[in-house]
Write a protein of this length. Structure first.
Length: 338
């Protein structure tokens, strides 16, 4: 019989799907690793399970313990699923910038969610980083996973995402394009792929307002370049320990508007209803298309599902209020014109 023992056994082995229309102007094949096929609807299920297994093995998480984590939702979902199966409690600390749907989903799987202001410095006592640290001290038998600096994050991608892409492309991948936040996905996947073939180009996609690109290009941490952005799940205002910049070849920044518009296009043209960062990933690739050749095989990673953004990028009013959808197109949509 082919029966999974629990939901955690369905994590990983996600499909690689060819993009047929949205990248038609590119000279080469482009495929997407669509990780919303994971049970928590995002790639973060992979690292959540790995962080939990490592914490158990190292004795940092004890039976009946409480998982504490800063999460915009996707890591929380992965941890919550694993916690339900393995018998732990979860307290997640998130920011008021994240979609309400994400917090509601976490509550649905039994987690407690604490919302903190987004636009404060990481060392501010009100920041979600500081609140998580404080809770880890106050809550008995708890462990703060810290996905930013916990190297089990990138290890999950070194052990699963990288090998899957290598096998699915029969080693023919020439470029990996991936949005970067904690750096776990891009670094772990790249570490594996570069070991197999050092010529594979790794392009990390970032957002304007994040300091990652400037740091990559100059080695400087320039806080003057950091400002609030609307894109969700990627970009960073510090450099998490999960980064190994030596396996990344290029960083490219995308605007909030371009990423959102591209995500909507992806749904309409490919039937891939993905999150904000998948749109930004494709937008970043488009900005870099000049360096692609006909024999290239580009793999884009799509981190999560569009259902978490129905009140945001998939909502016309929300898009129009931010100037992401012009008023004329909005009126056309309201009047039912194409
Ligand atoms: N996109 C989404 C939707 C995410 O949740 C994340 C994780 N924060 C990323 C992209 C970036 O992945 P990573 O943290 O592994 O760099």
């Amino acid at each position: 019989m082919d029966i999974k023992n629990n939901i955690l056994e369905t994590i990983g082995n996600t499909p690689l799907i060819r993009l047929n229309k949205i990248t038609r102007d590119l000279p080469c094949q482009v495929v997407a690793k669509v990780d919303y096929f994971n049970p928590g609807n995002s790639i973060k299920d992979r690292m959540a399970l790995k962080m939990l297994e490592v914490a158990e093995a190292e004795g940092k998480l004890k039976p009946g313990g409480t998982i504490i984590e800063c999460t915009s939702g996707n890591t929380g979902m992965g941890l919550a699923l694993a916690a339900v199966v393995k018998g732990y409690k979860c307290i997640f600390v998130t920011t008021d910038k994240q979609s309400k749907e994400k917090a509601d989903i976490l509550k649905a799987v039994g987690a407690e969610v604490i919302v903190c202001p987004a636009n404060v410095a990481p060392d501010d006592p009100k920041s979600y980083y500081s609140v998580a640290k404080r809770l880890a001290k106050e809550v008995p038998n708890s462990y703060h996973f810290n996905q930013y600096d916990n190297l089990a994050n990138r290890l999950a991608h070194y052990e699963t995402t990288g090998p899957e892409i290598w096998e699915q492309t029969e080693g023919k991948i020439t470029h990996l394009v991936c949005t970067a936040g904690t750096g776990g996905t891009v670094t772990g996947t790249a570490q594996f792929l570069k070991e197999k073939n050092k010529d594979i180009q790794i392009w990390a996609i970032d957002v304007y307002g994040s300091l990652l690109t400037k740091y990559f290009n100059t080695g400087e941490i320039d806080e003057n370049e950091v400002y609030p952005y609307i894109s969700e799940g990627f970009g960073e205002d510090f450099i998490p320990a999960n980064y190994d910049m030596s396996v990344i070849d290029k960083f490219e920044q995308v605007t909030d508007k371009d990423g959102a518009v591209m995500a909507r296009k992806l749904a309409k043209e490919e039937g891939l209803f993905c999150g904000y960062s998948a749109g930004s990933c494709i937008q970043g690739l488009m900005q870099l298309k000049g360096s692609l050749k006909p024999d290239d095989l580009v793999v884009c990673i799509f981190h999560d599902h569009g259902s978490r953004y129905v009140g945001k990028i998939y909502n016309d009013q929300w898009m129009m209020e931010r100037g992401f959808l012009d008023v004329k197109s909005f009126k056309d949509i309201v009047n039912g014109r194409p």
